[in-house]
Design a protein around this ligand. Structure first.
Ligand code: NAD
Length: 447
């Protein structure tokens, strides 16, 4: 079927001239920062260091398509509310657009733009054949019923129409969404297809439940990737994860799985913080805490650990800190409080530029988001491949392939950091730019 934007969808094309990124203010909490501009500044550094040519700089300076839909959904009360949904498709030179869908009351166009760009570089760095995209609906899933979330999801998917598809743009879960959300998206998309094609489009989303065609190991994949990434750093630095003390901000999909997997490798969880509060203790059981969070919506009130302030949490003595919540959580203030050796960015964009400066001056290593949380999209790719081939891999195969991808990306990122004398964040972007630039060099820019 020809790809045609649905009639009620606004699609903008790019090729606006590149502007030099605006300087970013020094902010400890990130409240004043524009996520997309911060990203452009980091990209600019990587492009300068890597010698990226002007035409590639131009193409990558804005997303290719920005789709914004305002759509009604019925609340349980019978009233209708209007929601704003975004799907921003940054780049597809390396393959179909790929990236998560976020449900949060804080979703903005600029945030989704930045996240879509990070996906382009993440997929390029991890060497999987996808481009970058991201989506979101401005809503607070915590105050919506399951039925309301289902109606929002189905109507959003319907309104995206043929702007998504298994060979074109493939959503996945992100903050506030999960396997159930993806199953509703898949089912809605399938039901818009010719009856003979329904099963051929299962790969329109990844991160589905196993019964809907998801992959084993996908639910934990981002957290698993965080631990594999940390393992690479530990090997390089002769550091043992057995007995390593760690803290986690955000105890949702990424944070809770990373904590559970790291504690199985001998790590000791000493602090957790989320939107409800912060807790600390000498040995928090992540399995028990995950069950508590599932039942109570957050870490606040967990009786087996003491509650503490956010600053106390950031100041806990540990070896490893895993941010797995929102962007801009580590500003200059938090970076001064941290007492860890390494930060593994499970979240996207958790460190502000001012935070990065402080961390660098204090010798705290950062394993940056596009590398450290790339496990999610890598296993999404495995799910997509399995759907195409009607295969079903076992967990050992998924984890073995994932580890190999992360080992390979780590080696390339570290070699680039050394060659260009830049921090890992810039090196990871530079590795991604190599791949994108090679593709543009071969194919040129149409026409
Ligand atoms: P989630 O919705 O499962 O969990 C989000 C967590 O963040 C919750 O514990 C919540 O309490 C916490 N949080 C929200 N607001 C907070 C605040 N103001 N202060 C402290 N904590 C707060 O989301 P997730 O899927 O685990 O995603 C977390 C991060 O990881 C996001 O940045 C997301 O983009 C990134 N990420 C997710 C995946 C994935 O596969 N799910 C993949 C790559 C990156």
């Amino acid at each position: 079927m020809a790809k045609k934007p649905a009639s009620n969808v606004r699609v903008q094309s790019r090729f606006t001239p590149i502007d030099p990124p605006k300087p970013v203010g020094d902010s400890s909490d990130g409240g004043e920062l524009n996520f997309f501009e911060v990203h452009l500044e980091q990209l600019h550094r990587a492009m300068e260091a890597n010698g990226t040519v002007p035409k590639v700089r131009l193409v990558l300076s804005e997303p290719k398509n920005e789709i914004i839909v305002n759509f009604p959904a019925m609340m349980d009360s019978g009233e209708y509310r209007l929601f704003t949904g975004y799907r921003i498709q940054h780049n597809n030179i390396l393959g179909p657009y790929k990236g998560g869908i976020r449900y949060s009351e804080h979703v903005t166009r600029e945030e989704v733009k930045a996240l879509s760009a990070l996906m382009t570089y993440k997929c390029a760095l991890m060497q999987i054949p996808f481009g970058g995209a991201k989506g979101g609906v401005r809503c607070n899933p915590r105050v919506l019923s399951r039925n309301e979330v289902e109606r929002i999801t189905r109507r959003f998917t319907h309104d995206l129409g043929s702007n998504i598809g298994p060979e074109y743009d493939i959503p996945a879960p992100d903050m506030g969404t999960n396997a159930q959300t993806m199953v509703w998206m898949m089912d809605t998309y399938m039901n818009g297809q010719d009856i003979t094609k329904k099963n051929a489009v299962r790969g329109v989303v990844t991160g589905k439940s196993l019964t809907a065609g998801g992959s084993v190991g996908r639910e934990k994949a981002t957290g698993q990737g965080v631990v594999f990434a940390l393992d690479e750093w530990a090997d390089e630095n002769n550091f043992s994860l057995d007995g390593a003390r760690f803290t986690v901000q955000g105890f949702g999909n990424v944070g809770s799985h990373a904590a559970r997997i790291l504690s199985k490798a001998g790590g000791i969880l000493v602090g957790v913080s989320d939107h409800t509060g912060s807790i600390c203790d000498e040995n928090i059981d992540p399995e028990e805490l995950a069950a508590y969070v599932a039942a109570n919506g957050g870490v606040a009130g967990y009786a087996k650990a003491a509650s503490c302030t956010r600053d106390d949490f950031f100041g806990l003595a540990c070896d490893v800190f895993i941010p797995a919540a929102l962007e801009f959580q580590i500003g200059a203030h938090e970076a001064k409080l941290l007492r860890c050796r390494v930060i593994v960015e499970g979240a996207n964009g958790p460190t502000t530029p001012a935070g990065d400066v402080v961390l660098e001056s204090r010798g705290i290593t950062v394993l940056p988001d596009i590398f450290a949380n790339g496990g999610g999209v890598v296993v999404s790719y495995f799910e997509w491949v399995q759907n195409r081939r009607s295969e079903s891999w076992d967990l050992k195969e998924v984890d073995t392939r994932l580890r190999a991808k992360i080992q390979d990306a780590y080696a390339r990122m570290r070699a680039k950091a050394t060659a260009l004398a830049v921090p890992n964040r810039i090196a990871a972007l530079a590795c991604a730019l190599d791949r994108l630039q090679a593709s543009y060099a071969e194919r040129g820019i149409f026409p």
